[in-house]
Design a protein around this ligand. Structure first.
Ligand SMILES: Cc1cc2nc3c(=O)[nH]c(=O)nc-3n(C[C@H](O)[C@H](O)[C@H](O)COP(=O)(O)OP(=O)(O)OC[C@H]3O[C@@H](n4cnc5c(N)ncnc54)[C@H](O)[C@@H]3O)c2cc1C
Length: 243
C-alpha cells in the first residue's frame, strides 16, 4: 500500500474548466510515488495556510471525481463566493504548485456485499455529482446503474459528455433535470426534464428495488430521502453524502 499518515504534498499537474464556476484539478504525488487507490465515493482533505495575520490552517475535503488509479487524483471544485479554499484553488493554485493533503477516506461508498443483480441508482444535484461520478466510472461495466443528474441549466452542467459517453457505451439510463433552463436549452433535446426530481417521477421512472446513492444541496437530499421512504424504499438502501 502506498498510503501515508497525516498530510503529504501533492503537485498540481493540470487545471481544467468544467463549466461555469467549476474546475477540475489533477494532482500527482510530489515525491513521484504511486498514490493509494480510492474507493469511489471517498474524498481527500486538503490543507492551506491563509494569508491573514494569524496564518491559520484551513482544511476542506473534496470528493475524488475520477476512476480509481494509482497515478493521479482528480477533484472538481465549485468556486464559492467568499469561500477560502475554493477561491484559493481556482485563483491562486497553478500547475506546478504543491498542496498538502491526506489520503482518501470516507464511508460513502457502494456496499460491496450488494449482489450484482440489484440495480443501483446514482443521483446528484449540482457539484454533488463528484462522488457518484466516480462510482459510475468504476461500476458502469458491472452493474445496472441509472444515473440522474439535476443542475440549473446547460451552463452549470458538469461532466455532461463524460457521463453521456459512459452511459451510452454501457447501455445505462441517464436522466438530466434542469431547474432553470437557459433560452437555448430544449427539453427533450439537450436535457430530459424541467424542474425537480419529484416523487411521482421517481415512482414512474426508477427501480424501487434499487440501492440509492445521492449527493447534492440539503433540500435535494431531504426531499429525495423523504420521497424514497414514502415509496417504500427501505432505509438501508438509501445512502447519501453531505457536502
Ligand atoms: C465529504 C465532502 C466532500 C466534498 N466534496 C466536494 C467536491 O467534490 N466539490 C466541491 O466543490 N465541494 C465539495 N465539498 C465542499 C467543500 O469541502 C467546501 O465546503 C467548499 O468548497 C467551500 O469551502 P470554501 O473554503 O471555499 O468556503 P468557506 O470559506 O468555508 O465558506 C463557505 C461559505 O461561507 C461563507 N462565509 C465564510 N466565512 C464567512 C463569515 N465570516 N461570515 C459569513 N459568511 C462566511 C462564504 O462566503 C461561503 O458562502 C465537500 C464537502 C464534504 C464534507
Amino acid at each position: 500500500m502506498n498510503t501515508w499518515e497525516g498530510f503529504k504534498q501533492l503537485v498540481l499537474v493540470k487545471k481544467e474548466d468544467v463549466c461555469d464556476t467549476i474546475k477540475s484539478f489533477y494532482f500527482e504525488a510530489k515525491d513521484g510515488s504511486k498514490l493509494p487507490k480510492h474507493i469511489p465515493g471517498q474524498f481527500i482533505p486538503f490543507k492551506i495556510k491563509t494569508n491573514d495575520n494569524a496564518m491559520q490552517d484551513v482544511t476542506r475535503t473534496y470528493s475524488l471525481s475520477m476512476k480509481p488509479n494509482e497515478d493521479f487524483y482528480r477533484i472538481s471544485v465549485k468556486k464559492i463566493q467568499g469561500g477560502v479554499m475554493s477561491s484559493y484553488l481556482h485563483d491562486k493554485l497553478n500547475v506546478g504548485d504543491s498542496i498538502e493533503c491526506m489520503p482518501p477516506c470516507g464511508i460513502f461508498v457502494l456496499d460491496d456485499t450488494l449482489p450484482k443483480d440489484v440495480p443501483v441508482v446514482l443521483l446528484s444535484g449540482g457539484i454533488g455529482v463528484t462522488p457518484v461520478l466516480s462510482m459510475l466510472l468504476e461500476e458502469a461495466k458491472d452493474r445496472n446503474i441509472t444515473f440522474v443528474q439535476a443542475v440549473q441549466n446547460s451552463g452549470m452542467h458538469p461532466f455532461k459528455d463524460e457521463i453521456d459517453n459512459i452511459c451510452k457505451e454501457n447501455n445505462l439510463k441517464n436522466y438530466i433535470f434542469y431547474s432553470n433552463p437557459l433560452e437555448n436549452d430544449v427539453e427533450g433535446e439537450n436535457y430530459d426534464f424541467t424542474g425537480y426530481v419529484s416523487k411521482e417521477w421517481i415512482k414512474e421512472n426508477l427501480p424501487l428495488n434499487a440501492a440509492f446513492y445521492f449527493c447534492g444541496p440539503p433540500m435535494f437530499m431531504e426531499s429525495l430521502e423523504k420521497n424514497l421512504l414514502e415509496l417504500g424504499v427501505s432505509q438501508d438502501r438509501i445512502n447519501y453524502e453531505r457536502f
